[in-house]
Ligand binder design. Sequence first.
Ligand SMILES: *Cc1c(COP(=O)(O)O)cnc(C)c1O
Length: 408
Amino acid sequence: MITREECAALDAADPLAAFREDFTLPPGVIYLDGNSLGALPVRTPERVRAVVEEEWGRELIRSWNDAGWFEQPYRLGRRIAPLVGAAPEELVVCDTTSVNLFKVLTAALRLRPGRSTVLGDGAAFPTDLYIAEGVTGMVPGARSLLVDPAEPDAHLDGEVAAVVLSHVDYRTGELLDMPGITARVQAAGALMIWDVCHSVGAVPVELTASGADFAVGCTYKYLNGGPGSPAFLYVAERHLAAGPLQPLSGWFGHARPFAFEPGYEPKAGIGRFLTSSPSLLGQAALEASLDVWERADRAAVRAKSLALTDLFISLVEDLDGIEVVTPREHDRRGSQVALRHADGYPVVQALIARGVIGDFRAPDLMRFGFTPLYLSHTEVWDAARHLAEVLESGEWKDERFSRRGEVT
Ligand SMILES: *Cc1c(COP(=O)(O)O)cnc(C)c1O
């Protein structure tokens, strides 16, 4: 078994170690929940303050032009594009993941008239399934069908208009084969929509090279944009020329929003997927976190993510009552480790009381996210030791650890 000293040696040789200085983390906390809410970048408060006090407070409405507020959704989109392997003009930052999925899924159905089935993963993050229900509910005859994501092929008939899948499963951390699945879906005449919420900033994502038609993703997980920070959407360039229409045809997607014309005429390009005024304070926080991402080498991030998850798995796999649910194969693993334990909820609460913050997903999964920019090998070693102690001592049985909050 690897020792703590050996982990310290790995930290000393870690090419990403200096990124820790870019984040503010409270002392005494080992943060393994960056897959749910990323940590605070050091520069974010200053950037948000400047937007509030200077751009808003002093410059007032002039900032729409002078501070580039109007351009901000595109500017941030161009900066996220390289993180997901998209061309700069294929991506825009706006709204939330759920709202963006509503927009691209409806656009996909419009691109496949005569087909009326949407396939989704029955175990997907439920908001994606709820949105698919909402969209198909508006189209007479349309339906959404839940399948096993590993085998959508059996259901790919001439009725399927679109398939919606998560690149990395939010519960198990399983990574799907984006290019392979996309090719099979498209060979059946359907369109492929990827949800990259759990892969952007966590694993390499190649939307354009994979041939993906559409994608949505959020920025408050591995991208550290802050609670409720705006999401993004991707539309393959081939769909932008003539361009499918999305249903939330608000003025920001209009060709000339400030002409205030009564009829809707969509913008050319990705801009037609915008709806409303951007939430500029949220976008300001995201802007600061992207400054950090621009300096991070993506291959180094992936290598460290695999090293940290390998390390954690090796340290906890033999603990009593624990089953490692996350795939062992590197090409099937995201940047989190899910452990099944019959009493997962109180065990996670007992860990949080010790300062090791992970989370729990019903019915029995403990989730631990590994964020290579601000986590060290030594912290992973310490977290595993805390888990072993919590299990061996039975301290999780204290009844205060079984009380449930609204958010788990
Ligand atoms: C986090 C997450 C979302 C979040 O949706 P919001 O609309 O931003 O609340 C959606 N889908 C997946 C797969 C997620 O992991």
